[in-house]
Design a protein. Structure first.
Lengths: 403, 407, 707
């Protein structure tokens, strides 16, 4: 946490660092415009978006300021801006914008660019954002899985009745997935580290308050002292975790009421599946696997999967009917939705095949695993990463004293 | 000089000006107005900006110019039915509505005294009531009572008929078709305030203390529903905070995508009036850009110096009604704060929308008539062709007068 | 010889119920010569017909209609004989107790006053210049002047267009023009070359380029104009004048805070426009394409140290110029720092259009320090919408400078009151009236375009039409001998009885419209068609030698004398009220309509303007025994509402002289009071009257009563 000590304690310091020549990044403007499908330059800075946003805080609210930063090509300010992560993309701002410039889409695009910026290695994000790189990005997990199975020599073992662990032994599965998860976590840690650094730097450089406005409260300085900091960070994390789990913020959205439900279905479904998976791993180690169909854990797992599918279908349906009004619909966004949908559906097929003893199940299982790898391996680089980024940004925001 | 006959449609201040200016050159003008009186919107205003002078003053001069000029004729309660022909020879049919009270009326007021029916006073945008037989306002021109056809009980009542000494009332009057030929035609059909109810987040219509700027004019006017007292309509008390919301509908592609160009100055005026009348009041004006033109900048200065008034950059896009209280939400952009202001009275600066939205004449995307697309000899002036304040409207109305008398 | 009058008293609308009609008829029949009739409904067509027949049969030379206010049934009660209205309805019956002795006295006095006035007035004979011209002079050959000439020609009027350089004015420098057609978001080709072509091929326009006005003398209908082109002088006679001399850019040299003059790459929007017209926009320092251009809006406008007003054109112009650069150089970025973007009306669409350009960056902000380091200029901008103070590095700065009006002394009027138009705020030759944008204090001379008010091209073209209409109107009205606005159609005009004139110059100084010139001795030379018939000169004249046929010192004095003053023991004070007929009189009418009651001791004399009140009336009234005198008129001051500019102001100024009169007569100051009301303040009328009556009652009766 040594980064925090870089925070300014006095305004003078802040002012010095501030007199920096402002240069618009025109490529950035073009990219945001394209990605968000928004005429963001036409923003006339009325602040209506800020007003209608129920998630925007009182001090230095968003997204009006993000809109002018984007219009002025201030990439540096934006990628260091935790506020874009406070947006849950409900579309209230977009549907009420008097100039029709879709601030919600712009923020979504800014988030994806932030992920891209901090991701390590960042070329992965660039790949994952392009639909024509899909063969490459899908081939990687495919090759890895096949290599594992070829090396293990179990690829061709497909006994009757269907027994997936014969093809992919549990030990191999668990250990390879553990390595995979570790890799993913390392990716996240690196990305998040630079993200945090970036936000700290941005905080230091900014000083949004015009000096003449005495009414504006001084930014509360970050508390010093290691122990205090540590406890406060832990507290904050706990608070944010609670907030995210409760999905409170979504409830405030007005334009897109269904989103709350849909997002919650996907989110909780996912959480449940993670828990179920841990159980499964545990029971696999203990040897009583696969569980019978009516095992409570199994039931929870199936219900969770169903919940994800329904939630996703709602989200997809909404994107299709209100294409421009609410959300952007680029590949970054779609690939995220579809990969999860495929993941769950292939899971169901795999399970179904085992129950009816259909040998196609082995293919489904492979397919399922490949998508699983795709999702987990690329998590820090896809929209999936938003969970982590949002979490960190919210921690940062609370740490810097924002309400 | 060959005398020409010009038809002016719409008897607001612009149409009136066009007709008079043409007549004073020496031509003839017929002014057709659908209401029972001429003067249009400005007679409902309390004061003009930036002089804060009463509109009635200039109206009286114009009425005098009409009284003393036999070349200008007015036809109230009338509408143009049809027109054909071309420049120099327009044949126009005008439908004069049934006149239940005719020009014999001396405005003695006896009919209103006995009239048993009450109606919404349209002159005050329905903020109070008056009789079905009524004088629209103190300076109605022509100075004559009129009967609201839709409210009058006709032959079931007839009380007014009995008291009128001048034989001025005929409850069985029929409409009348008038046909005339004109050299040219001027549309001075003016504007209507944009319907604030269309802007859902502003909650207009859901709380009595959310009013529009044109309604505010009536509250501020001495001859208005409160005799010039600025009040909270909900409980008639004096408001302690008033918030003005600029661009309520204007500069918004979902409503009026153009700038109505008068609302800034109008709200500045309202703020000064409220500050002057209420003394102890906090007034906030939320704006996107303050658009006052030319030397009206001094007027803006005057408002900036008023201790009761604060101008805040940021559109107030939302009014929350909570526990029957009003909370106006905006981003105070220059302070970087999202504000929530509890307000006793909220005035929505609604914009100007052309009256002739449904006409088949050539219009721009906003519904304003397009002078260079109109047939030769037909013109649109002032707010029929673009959003303008009074002074600019009259400049335009005078300019169009020249076009209308060209050969 | 006394005129034979027809006196018609109406008893309708409660008049008969309120007033003793028999007694009133007796007043009307005092002189057996006259015809006096009472009618229950005088306004009905039959009654009016009867009056007309009487006029013919009985050879009436004048008609008195004692009925409602002259503001109603005006057209019905206008006969081809002199007509006087006595207001028995609003001012008597509706505003006082019915069947009351005081009300009766008021009604009788009102009729007496009407009769007295009739004795001393005549039907006016119009003044028509002998050889009035129909041509119109247009000064200034910019977009406004050219438009004025073309549009006048289309209406059949010949114009003489005088331009000091060559036709076109500032418009000649335009590269492109702001949108005037739907969808209002694309730049248009400048109109000026087409306009110049049109005006040059227009038969009815006589063009004088490289010429100036040496002198304008005379009056509407017969202005004598001397046009000077180098040594050549041309004389023309015109009926009226349109002044369209336009504007000058604000002196950029004064804008040191924006670095003008300190770096060749800081230029004005005009320099920029010229550059764009000539070719691509380049940096003056090295002829290179600029990479970062900054437009500073309101450079010297909306600024108390420079021009306090908004020039209206600069926002649109800078947006337009931003597009010029973007079109000529794709890699150049444009910054616009503004106070407010003012693209009123449909121009909003163009603002949005310019915003769409990826490389145009706009923010509200205050320009701070400029750091001029050779080719790069660092500019601090405070209070921006980016939430912070920012610093821009630019290599070209364009200052959006404002408009100042051309000096109106270019008119070279040979007027007693000066060569130019009396200027209003910030030297623009504008009207002071919201309702009458072309109102001019020099009759027959109408300002158009940016000499009148800061405006852009489309607005100037409109303005040219408006001003030209007024000029044509003035030409036609003068031919008929009629006054122009606001007493349009008035045929009366001032006449001076010169043998008693003392050359005191009061009239020549006080006439707000410059009607009077002076000879070397200081004797006034009237120019009746410059006159607006307000009567201020009449009020000013200490010798009372100025009169109108239907409104003169004598007539009002007779009215004052006609009032019967009860002696002091009756405790019935008498107040004389001079009421301005423009705003105050209608307010009295409305008080009557609302049946507001006030003291019946007041006798009202309507006047054309408070400025027309001659002090002799006041001393007449005091000598006659009036206890107090009220003068009620329009609001004076900076935001005056006086229809004749300074009538109310003059009343206040002349008050000093009146105090002298009072002192001489050893009377209290309070016996004369001036009150200003607005037309809609009818509710205040009773308080004004009653308070004053009370005040006078406290002072006690006028000691001159019995003399």
């Amino acid at each position: 946490m040594q980064l925090i000590t870089m925070m300014p304690e006095t305004r003078n310091e802040k002012r010095e660092t501030r007199s920096k020549i402002l240069l618009p990044d025109i490529q950035f403007i073009k990219r945001v415009k394209k990605e968000s499908n928004s005429d963001l330059k036409a923003c006339m800075q009325c602040g209506n978006c800020t007003v209608v946003c129920n998630l925007s805080p009182e001090e230095n609210p968003f997204p009006r300021k993000e809109m002018i930063w984007a219009a002025w090509g201030q990439k540096g300010m934006l990628i260091a801006d935790p506020d874009i992560w406070l947006c849950h993309q409900c579309g209230d701002c977009t549907s009420n914008c008097p100039r029709g410039v879709k601030p919600g889409n712009v923020l979504a695009s800014l988030r994806s660019q932030t992920i891209e910026y901090y991701a390590n290695p960042s070329f992965l994000v660039k790949w994952l954002k392009k639909w024509w790189m899909l063969p490459v990005t899908v081939t990687i997990p495919m090759i890895i899985i096949h290599l594992i199975l070829i090396i293990a020599g179990t690829l061709t073992i497909t006994p009757d009745p269907v027994n997936y662990s014969a093809m992919f032994p549990h030990a191999l599965l668990n250990s390879s997935f553990s390595i995979l998860a570790l890799l993913m976590i390392v990716g996240i840690v690196f990305s998040i580290r630079s993200f945090w650094k970036g936000m700290v730097k941005g905080y230091r450089l900014s000083g949004f308050e015009p000096e003449s406005q005495s009414s504006v409260k001084e930014r509360s300085p970050i508390k010093s002292g290691m122990t205090e900091k540590a406890t406060s960070i832990i507290k904050t994390i706990w608070q944010v975790k609670k907030e995210l789990l409760a999905h409170k913020k979504f409830k405030d959205c007005e334009t897109n009421k269904f989103r709350h439900l849909a997002h919650a279905m996907v989110f909780y479904g996912f959480v449940a599946l993670i828990v179920v998976t841990l159980f499964a791993i545990l029971s696999a180690i203990l040897g009583n696997y696969p569980m019978p169909f009516l095992n409570p854990v199994k039931i929870v797992g199936n219900l969770a999967g169903l919940s994800i599918v329904v939630g996703l279908l709602i989200l997809i349906f909404q994107r299709l009917i209100k294409k421009d009004a609410v959300s952007s619909s680029n590949f970054f966004d779609w690939s995220f939705l579809i990969s999860i949908l495929l993941l769950v559906i292939t899971g169901f097929f795999t399970e179904y095949a085992r129950l009816v003893n259909d040998h196609l199940g082995y293919y489904w299982y492979l397919f399922h695993l490949i998508i699983m790898w795709y999702v987990i391996l690329y998590l820090p680089y896809t929209k999936f990463g938003h969970m982590v980024y949002r979490f960190v940004a919210m921690v940062f925001v609370i740490q810097t004293g924002r309400k | 000089m060959q005398q020409k006959h010009v038809l002016v449609i719409g008897g607001g201040i612009s149409g009136m000006t066009t007709a008079i200016e043409i007549a004073e050159v020496g031509h003839e003008a017929l002014l057709v107005e659908s209401k029972p009186y001429i003067g249009g919107k400005v007679v409902q205003f309390s004061q003009y900006f930036p002089k804060l002078c009463p509109p009635q003053c200039g109206l009286e001069i114009n009425f005098n110019r009409i009284r003393n000029n036999s070349r200008v004729k007015i036809l109230t309660s009338a509408r143009v039915n049809s027109m054909e022909g071309s420049k120099g020879n327009f044949k126009v049919q005008i439908m004069k509505k049934a006149e239940l009270i005719n020009s014999k009326c001396t405005a003695c007021g006896k009919c209103a005294d006995v009239c048993p029916v009450e109606r919404d006073n349209t002159f005050n945008y329905g903020l109070d009531k008056n009789k079905a037989a009524y004088l629209p306002h103190e300076m109605s021109f022509p100075f004559s009572y009129t009967i609201d056809e839709s409210a009058c009980l006709r032959n079931e009542c007839k009380k007014c008929l009995d008291v009128c000494e001048y034989d001025a009332i005929n409850l069985d009057a029929r409409e009348e078709l008038i046909e005339k030929t004109f050299h040219s035609i001027v549309y001075s059909t003016g504007w209507e305030p944009y319907d604030a109810g269309e802007i859902a987040l502003l909650n207009y219509g859901n709380h009595p203390d959310i009013i529009t700027n044109v309604e505010f004019e009536r509250y501020a006017a001495a001859n208005g529903p409160t005799a010039g007292h600025i009040i909270k309509p909900s409980d008639q008390s004096a408001p302690k905070t008033i918030v003005f919301i600029q661009c309520a509908g204007s500069r918004d592609e979902k409503h009026l995508s153009y700038c109505s160009s008068v609302c800034c100055s109008a709200s500045l005026k309202h703020a000064l009036i409220a500050s002057e009348k209420l003394k102890q009041v906090k007034i906030l004006i939320f704006y996107i850009d303050l658009r006052v033109s030319g030397r009206n900048e001094d007027f803006l200065k005057q408002v900036e110096e008023d201790e009761n008034v604060e101008l805040i950059k940021g559109k107030a896009g939302k009014i929350n009604i909570n526990n029957n209280k009003l909370f106006v939400e905006a981003e105070d952009i220059l302070s970087g704060i999202k504000t929530k202001t509890e307000s006793d009275l909220v005035v929505l600066a609604t914009g100007i929308q052309p009256s002739l939205l449904n006409s088949k004449l050539p219009k721009d995307d906003y519904g304003f008539l397009l002078n260079d697309k109109l047939p030769e000899g037909i013109f649109a002036s002032a707010c029929a062709s673009k959003p303008l304040d009074v002074s600019a409207s009259l400049k335009d109305a005078t300019a169009i007068s020249l076009k209308a008398i060209q050969n | 010889m006394e005129k034979k009058l027809g006196i018609y008293i109406c008893s309708g609308c409660e008049i008969g119920k309120s007033i003793d009609m028999a007694a009133l008829e007796k007043v009307g029949s005092v002189s057996g010569e006259h015809l006096c009739r009472t009618h229950a409904k005088l306004c009905l067509a039959e009654s009016v017909q009867n009056i007309q027949e009487d006029i013919k049969k009985e050879h009436l030379e004048g008609v008195i209609v004692a009925a409602c206010s002259p503001r109603f049934f005006t057209k019905e009660f206008s006969f081809n004989q002199l007509t006087e209205r006595v207001n028995l309805r609003e001012l008597v019956a509706w505003s006082h107790e019915a069947k009351d002795a005081d009300t009766n006295m008021l009604a009788e006095d009102s009729l007496r006053m009407g009769l007295a006035k009739m004795k001393s007035i005549l039907s006016p004979t119009p003044f028509i210049p002998d050889q009035s011209s129909s041509e119109i002079l247009v000064i200034g050959g910019g977009i406004s002047g050219i438009t004025a000439s073309i549009e006048a020609a289309k209406a059949g009027y010949k114009t003489i267009l005088v331009e000091k350089n060559k036709l076109g004015g500032w418009s000649n420098h335009l590269h492109k023009q702001l949108p005037m057609h739907p969808p209002f978001d694309y730049l248009e080709k400048p109109l000026i070359s087409q306009k110049i072509h049109d005006v040059k091929t227009q038969e009815k326009v006589e063009i004088h380029e490289n010429s100036s006005i040496k002198e304008i003398s005379g009056q509407p209908g017969e202005f004598r104009v001397v046009i000077k082109q180098e040594e050549k002088e041309t004389k023309r006679k015109v009926a009226s004048v349109v002044l369209a001399t336009g504007w000058n850019p604000y002196d950029a040299e004064k804008l040191t805070e924006f670095g003008y003059g300190q770096n060749p790459n800081i230029i004005t929007n005009l320099d920029f426009e010229k550059m764009a017209k000539a070719g691509p926009v380049l940096k003056p320092s090295d002829g290179e394409v600029p990479k970062q251009v900054l437009f500073i809006q309101c450079a010297g406008s909306r600024d108390k140290n420079h021009l306090p007003y908004c020039s209206n054109y600069c926002c649109g112009t800078s947006l337009k110029q931003a597009l010029y650069i973007r079109e000529s150089s794709k890699e150049t970025s444009v910054f616009i720092v503004y106070k407010d973007i003012r693209t009123a009306g449909k121009l909003e669409a163009f603002y949005e259009k310019v915003q769409h350009d990826d490389q145009v960056f706009m923010t509200k902000g205050e320009i701070g320090q400029l750091n001029l380091q050779g080719d790069r200029i660092l500019v601090d901008v405070h209070q921006t919408l980016l939430g912070d103070n920012i610093q821009l590095e630019v290599d070209l700065i364009v200052l959006a400078i404002g408009m100042t009006p051309q000096n109106t002394e270019d008119l070279n009027l040979k007027y007693r009151l000066g060569k130019g138009l009396p200027e209003l705020k910030y030297e623009f030759a504008d009207s002071h009236f919201i309702c009458f944008p072309y109102e001019s204090r020099r009759t027959g001379i109408y300002a158009a375009g940016s000499v009148r008010s800061p405006m852009d091209i489309s607005s100037s073209m409109e303005d040219a039409c408006g001003a030209m209409l007024k000029a044509i109107q003035c030409a036609e009205a003068t031919k008929r001998g009629e006054a122009v606005h606001p007493r349009s159609g008035d045929l009366s005009h001032p006449e001076i009885y010169f043998s008693r004139c003392t050359d005191c110059k009061r009239c020549t100084e006080e006439c707000p419209f410059g009607t009077y010139d002076e000879n070397e001795k200081g004797t006034p030379i009237p120019n009746p068609s410059r006159c607006r018939r307000c009567g201020i000169c009449m009020g000013a004249c200490p010798e009372r030698v100025i009169s109108f046929e239907d409104f003169n010192v004598n007539a009002i004095s007779e009215m004052i004398k006609a009032v019967e003053i009860p002696d002091e023991f009756e405790e019935k004070p008498r107040i004389l009220a001079f009421v301005c007929e423009n705003d105050a009189y209608p307010a009295f009418d409305m008080a009557g309509q609302k049946r507001l009651k006030y003291s019946p001791h007041v006798r009202i004399i309507p006047v054309r303007c408070l400025g027309s009140v001659n002090n002799i009336w006041i001393s007449d009234a005091l000598s006659k025994g009036f206890d107090g005198i009220l003068q009620i008129g329009c609001k004076p001051g900076d935001d005056y509402q006086c229809h004749f500019i300074n009538g109310s102001d003059l009343t206040e100024k002349r008050g000093e002289n009146i105090q002298e009169v009072l002192e001489k007569m050893m009377l209290e100051n309070e016996r004369i009071k001036t009150v200003f009301v607005e037309i809609n303040e009818y509710d205040k009328i009773p308080r004004i009257i009653d308070d004053y009556v009370e005040e006078i009652e406290l002072i006690g009766p006028n000691p001159f009563k019995d003399m």
